[in-house]
Design a binder for this molecule. Structure first.
Ligand code: SAM
Length: 245
């Protein structure tokens, strides 16, 4: 999978994607994440990528030419495949785990980072296949949002996490929040790890984890229970939790 992030600050992208799990996945060839400098597609010697808004008002708007030409050059090089072109905007579809899973099935994703007052409207109308927001707040630029998306999508690519099963029980992947996790020591300042986790009984541990995941979800995100795939036993546990309330 290839993710290309169009930005005027490529250093921000390189600093994060070169490190840790993403950095290792890149060097092992499991995923390609590249920053593309929009200034390389500017038309003047000052490499200008923004201009004042028509109609007046504060701030600057990102010009269409560098963004259109950068996307077109990437599409041209992608030899027939049709990339998803995501425009980062607080006005877009809210990013979540389902959306990350959808994007992880793509072979080529292009992400456009806005700055200042945002991007020229024609980019949204003609270039973007999706408008994406990472939450109801306004950032100074799209780079952090693009990195959030690149990170969440990359860890779903087989092999990236090393242990293939470790993202399956993550919060949201199974439709529920994840159960609590513990590590050594078994007793820290009198705070003891639940007995069952030390028992070595894998069936009992799995049962406990499922119950805890249901309880956590019931307490913190009951809305998720409306769509999570639930067994008859899960429903019985939720009924009990309801009765205890
Ligand atoms: N004036 C715009 C508005 O009110 O919708 C906000 C522009 S914001 C200051 C600059 C850029 O940051 C946006 O073009 C977008 O790329 C990015 N951005 C800000 N908040 C974001 C969010 N919640 N999700 C995704 N991108 C965001």
């Amino acid at each position: 999978m290839r993710i290309e992030i169009l930005t005027t600050i490529p250093e921000m992208i390189d600093a994060v994607t070169g490190e840790s799990i993403l950095g290792r996945a890149k060097s092992r060839g499991l995923i390609e994440i590249n920053a593309v400098n929009l200034r390389d597609f500017a038309h003047d010697r000052h490499r200008t990528t923004d201009d004042a808004p028509f109609g007046g008002g504060p701030g600057m708007v990102m010009k269409p030419e560098p963004v259109f030409e950068a996307v077109e050059s990437l599409v041209f090089r992608s030899a027939g495949t049709k990339p998803r072109v995501l425009l980062m905007t607080p006005q877009g579809r809210r990013f979540n785990q389902k959306f990350a899973e959808e994007l992880a099935r793509e072979s080529h994703v292009i992400i456009i980072c806005g700055r200042y007052e945002g991007v020229d409207e024609r980019i949204r109308e003609r270039l973007a296949t999706d408008e994406v927001s990472i939450g109801d707040y306004v950032l100074t630029g799209g780079e952090l949002a693009a990195l959030v998306i690149a990170d969440a999508v990359s860890r779903l690519i087989p092999g990236v996490l090393g242990d293939e099963t470790s993202c399956e029980t993550d919060s949201f992947s199974s439709g529920l929040l994840e159960y609590p996790q513990y590590t050594r020591p078994a007793d820290y300042r009198g705070m003891e790890v639940p007995e069952v986790l030390l028992s070595g009984n894998h069936a009992e541990i799995a049962k406990w984890r499922r119950e805890m995941a249901l309880k956590r979800t019931f307490e913190r995100r009951p809305d998720l229970l409306d769509t999570a795939p639930l067994t008859e036993e899960d429903k019985r546990i939720i009924n009990e939790l309801n009765n205890e309330k």
